[in-house]
Design a protein around this ligand. Sequence first.
Ligand code: DOR
Ligand code: ZN
Length: 348
Amino acid sequence: MTIATAPTLRLTRPDDWHLHVRDGAAMAAVVPHTARQFGRAIIMPNLRPPVTTAEQAVAYRARIQACVPEGVDFTPLMTLYLTDNTPPDEIRRARDAGVVALKLYPAGATTNSDAGVTDIRKTHATLEMMQREGLLLLVHGEVTDPAVDVFDREARFIDQVMEPLRDAFPELKVVFEHITTRDAAQYVAEAGPHTAATITAHHLLYNRNALFTGGLRPHYYCLPVLKREEHRRALVASATSGSAKFFLGTDSAPHAAHLKEHAAACAGCYTALSAIELYAEAFERAGRLDRLEGFASQHGPDFYGLPRNASTITLRREPWTLPESLPYGDAELKPLGGSETLNWRLVG
Ligand code: DOR
Ligand code: ZN
């Protein structure tokens, strides 16, 4: 007699290089989901008000750590929100506090970005200091000019902001966050060794049709918005290429369900509940599960200059159904793909 056992996949524990956990009761609801899969996560600073000083980042880190379940080894990696007025001095304080990066939100580009940068030239002295002190710049790469079509804002950002930025600060490590287009994938692939990109699971799994299938579906709305199929395919090719320039960043961005199912739905997809399983799905569909570990567990720490995690996780090929809704403080949270079946399950 043979006993059939489902295939399993053992990976070095992955990290999430782009994550929103919010604060307070919302944070307490979501942090355990990330902590059970990932060793570390880069925490986005777009709170209201934003995290702009080393002192605020240290306090926020302690609040996050207090939400990590007993016995779970998870390290939040902190970032500051870059503004027109971030003093160059703050960079040294940030480095000493263990902050690893600053996040550039062009003012008005997305959720809680009102305090963002209005003109990149205003930040040059601070970027100079980051380059010197070895802090990374994480970029939300979309222009904000309302005259530019929403679907073209990322591509336009490359020549308007990214290329001049790279020329001015060639040694600064820059991560083009949550890329969504073939243009950005190609730009990063051809850029020098100090430029990399994160790619979300949702941009690997869905194209913009997902927003409109059977009605307007706000849970698929995020920024940068989902693009055409040809762009999704380019992202899958980059993520599964084995290139060390591309790594995992979920951009999991929880919003209360009533604010997603709203006349002006908030941007953000909640994927942290099942992030590594969603990526496994995307890599399996591309026939490249063998490249998942590099993308999820190796390229990110290598680019940030941090050690790879020592522990492992195990996924089993076992269909399971995502819950439709989760508790979220006093509200509800609807994970992306809720009620749908995933083929891979995290088992240890
Ligand atoms: O969809 C998004 N949601 N994109 C962002 O850039 C921000 C994020 C959020 O904080 O909700
Ligand atoms: Zn984000």
